[in-house]
Design a protein around this ligand. Structure first.
Ligand SMILES: Cc1cc2nc3c(=O)[nH]c(=O)nc-3n(C[C@H](O)[C@H](O)[C@H](O)COP(=O)(O)O)c2cc1C
Length: 181
């Protein structure tokens, strides 16, 4: 199949994962919010999104292009501060994407990065205030100190899915000895 990766992220970690997946699969990579790429050219999609304020940042783009996405095999990946087994993620997913997309698409959660040294003073203040609303010590610490859980090895299931779909549509191989005419 002819696939492509579309992603949305602001501070580089989602773009980094998309790039790694592109390198491992040979699929083209597009920043969803800054591309002229035509979804009609692709029949299999990987959609990657950062999670900001409990929502997937690619959600508006997905809704805007829903008619071109809905009938294609799609894998979703999210780049988040939350751990992949955090039950809150399912709610954020449901609030961001059409139910049909969630139902038909595998979803992989990848560890994100929060580098507070690159934030403005008011964003750091926002994080400090936000930290006090968090229920666990770990989540508070993440918001107060930042974190870096970007991990190249974690793209493995996404690469596997992409290669499987690529193979499914590979042209049939000729029996040995058959000659092109
Ligand atoms: C303002 C802000 C809000 C965030 N909100 C969430 C959130 O609701 N849930 C979560 O799991 N991670 C949250 N994060 C962490 C991001 O998902 C993480 O930093 C991710 O790596 C960002 O992707 P990017 O580097 O591609 O922009 C937030 C980060 C920022 C800066």
């Amino acid at each position: 199949m002819n696939g492509a990766i579309f992603y949305s992220g602001k501070r580089g970690s989602t773009a980094q994962y998309a790039q790694w997946i592109g390198e491992a699969t040979g699929l083209p990579v597009f920043d969803a919010n800054n591309t002229q790429a035509d979804l009609a050219d692709y029949d299999c999609l990987i959609l990657g999104s950062s999670v900001i304020m409990m929502r997937m940042t690619i959600r508006k783009w997905v809704r805007a292009h829903w008619d071109s996405i809905r009938h294609k095999p799609t894998l979703l990946f999210s780049v988040a501060g939350a751990a992949d087994d955090d039950p809150l993620l399912q709610g954020w997913l449901r609030a961001s994407y059409p139910a049909e997309l969630i139902e038909h698409s595998p979803h992989v959660v990848l560890g994100g990065r929060l580098d507070l040294s690159k934030f403005s003073w008011w964003m750091r203040l926002f994080m400090t205030i936000g930290a006090y609303t968090k229920p666990t010590v770990e989540k508070k610490r993440d918001m107060l100190e930042g974190f870096d859980r970007v991990d190249k090895a974690s793209i493995a299931p996404i690469v596997q899915w992409a290669l499987l779909h690529k193979e499914q549509a590979a042209p049939p191989t000729k029996p040995p000895g058959e000659i092109d005419r």
